[in-house]
Design a protein around this ligand. Structure first.
Ligand code: G1P
Length: 235
């Protein structure tokens, strides 16, 4: 509610486009019009109450239908290796090979396990783990491993029934983690140690680091920005 920025971002900016057109600013006009790729169709759903991530995913069930689907938590910004496939692409490839749900994971220090969904299972080649156990935000003492779920999931539609059947979990919320923990009793679920970097943009420091890293890679500003950082680090 009241967070319309994403819908507006991908909509036509009628007033702006008209202004740019009449001012003959073609380059800027092209930029504004390139925001939404021609083959991309956006649909939006609202989560009327903040009941947790599992509940948010369930709100989109009627759009997804009986198909495998991806969940991307926008505050986890991910980049693949330079010149290589993005993290979700890597996960879709794993899904194509295994047919099971795929969770992006990274190893975290023990003192951070309480911030994440933690998985444990049988190690397989290619960075995969056949998940046997999954728990939301365990204490360090209760964590079954240090493999933490980052904000990317490729899930089979069976998870919707699990969310519906589950109750409230950690923090009194309807947890996606609990639904996946229930799903893995009947279906294979794989954790995948992705190639790439995750920026936790839900924290101020993570957001700042991501801004700096992306600026250093940006073709328009990278050289000047690197020079600026260098001048700052000398003071
Ligand atoms: C959510 C999930 C958690 C996952 C994390 C990744 O937690 O519930 O399992 O590890 O995202 O960022 P949140 O960060 O919303 O508390």
């Amino acid at each position: 509610r009241s967070k319309r920025a994403i819908e507006d971002h991908f909509d036509t900016a009628y007033e702006l486009e008209t202004e740019l057109e009449s001012a003959g600013k073609q380059a800027l006009l092209d930029l504004v019009r390139s925001v939404q790729p021609a083959d991309m169709l956006c649909s939006y759903v609202r989560q009327p109450r903040a009941l947790g991530l599992g509940h948010a995913v369930l709100c989109a069930e009627h759009l997804v239908g009986h198909e495998p689907f991806a969940v991307l938590l926008a505050d986890d910004l991910m980049t693949g290796p330079a010149g290589g496939p993005g993290v979700l692409r890597q996960m879709v490839d794993v899904f194509a090979r295994t047919g099971g749900s795929v969770l992006a994971v990274q190893e975290v220090p023990l003192e951070q396990v309480h911030r994440y969904g933690i998985v444990a299972g049988n190690a397989l080649p290619d960075g995969l783990t056949d998940v046997q156990q999954m728990v939301e935000k365990p204490s360090a003492a209760q964590a079954p491993s240090r493999l933490a779920v980052a904000g990317r999931y490729v899930l089979t539609p069976g998870v919707f029934d699990r969310i519906r059947q589950g109750g409230r979990g950690a923090g009194g919320e309807i947890q996606l983690t609990d639904a996946i923990a229930s799903l893995l009793k009947e279906e294979s679920v794989f954790a995948y140690e992705y190639e790439g970097v995750r920026y936790d943009c839900g924290s101020k420091l993570g957001y700042l680091k991501a801004s700096v890293e992306f600026a250093l890679r940006h073709p328009e500003v990278s050289t000047e920005f690197a020079a600026y950082l260098k001048s700052r680090s000398l003071t």
